[in-house]
Design a protein around this ligand. Structure first.
Ligand code: MN
Length: 323
């Protein structure tokens, strides 16, 4: 399929590049590093080779979320967004941007989001899970009350946000001690991200901000597979559940999922059955995954051509008001 739109495509700047080192083997780090830092050379060629016409780019994870010093997080977010804006300006028909935000300071994050949407023309923002605030061991999730005004700002701006994974802190998740192969993208990313998403859904974020849309990668971080069970159990044992609607209702009305890094037809079909093809979007997760491999799967997987067009391009055009 030609002219796909891809939504979870990462870049890095000099101040964040080393954060990605642990996610690659030493022998491939040099190449991954070069691909993260490059925005407009081989990236554009590979997009072309994989039939992707437009990518919305985002800073590598954890990015600003992993910078406990608040002032530094504010500075790095601004710098990353300015670097991205320069490239987007040079290639407006091929590249778009998700803002990186210093969520350590909700007011500063709201101001930076307004700048990115109104002045830089970005398409929304990406947060890489919780933020470390003040010191490496203090974390904040975005259902906390100090984010209420931030979310009102985001809702008013009318652009979606992408909840992207990061690893939990080892001090908070001892279950991974001694099992490094279960951390990161194998399993820990999905668990950390899905719980954060469920916290946001269940604490009224989408009651207060009904137009707000959350995007989850990796075919929904396991939530589509479990959403019926979540509602079924909570109906019988709500245990203080504060949501006005069921989790399934928030999931179907305020959440989109992408194909990033989960190129598997049975999983896609199951997600389509739960969420419908209207709420699934194409994404690769470049350069951790390849445009070619994603396309080889997506262009030929056994779904209807109508659904392929919706997932590959049309849903994103609609969600981001792209021409
Ligand atoms: Mn990613």
């Amino acid at each position: 399929m030609k002219n796909k739109i891809a939504l979870e495509e990462h870049f890095a700047i000099d101040l964040t590049i080393d954060q990605s080192k642990i996610y690659s083997l030493p022998e491939v780090w040099a190449r991954l590093k070069a691909n993260l830092l490059d925005i407009e050379q081989q990236r554009l060629e590979r997009m072309d080779a994989g039939g992707t016409a437009f990518s919305i780019l985002s800073l590598n994870s954890p990015g600003t979320q992993g910078i406990p010093n608040v002032k530094e997080a504010v500075d790095v977010a601004r710098r990353a967004n300015d670097v991205l804006a320069e490239h987007v300006t040079r290639h407006p028909t091929k590249l778009g941007g998700f803002a990186a935000l210093p969520m350590q300071d909700p007011e500063a994050a709201a101001r930076e989001l307004e700048r990115c949407i109104k002045k830089l023309g970005f398409h929304g923002f990406m947060v890489n899970g919780f933020s470390q605030v003040g010191n490496a061991e203090t974390v904040v999730y975005y259902d906390a009350p100090q984010f209420n005004d931030f979310w009102s700002t985001a809702n008013a701006l009318g652009k979606p946000f992408y909840m992207h994974p990061r690893d939990p802190l080892p001090s908070r998740e001892p279950i991974y001690d001694g099992f490094p192969w279960l951390t990161a993208a194998t399993w820990a990313f999905t668990m950390e991200t899905s719980i954060h998403a469920l916290r946001l859904m269940s604490t009224g974020l989408f009651d207060r901000n009904p137009k707000l849309q959350m995007i989850l990668g990796h075919l929904g971080e396991c939530i589509p597979f479990n959403i019926w069970r979540i509602d079924n159990i909570m109906q019988k044992a709500p245990r203080g559940y504060p949501g006005k609607r069921t989790m399934g209702e928030y999931f179907r009305e305020n959440v989109y999922v992408t194909t990033s890094g989960n190129f598997r037809t049975p999983s896609l079909l199951s997600t389509m059955l739960e969420l419908s093809s209207d709420r699934i979007l194409y994404a690769v997760d470049y350069p951790f995954e390849s445009f070619e491999e994603a396309a080889q799967w997506f262009d030929h997987c056994e779904i209807s051509e109508n659904d392929r067009k919706k997932i590959g391009r049309e849903n994103a055009q609609q969600l981001f008001s792209l021409s």
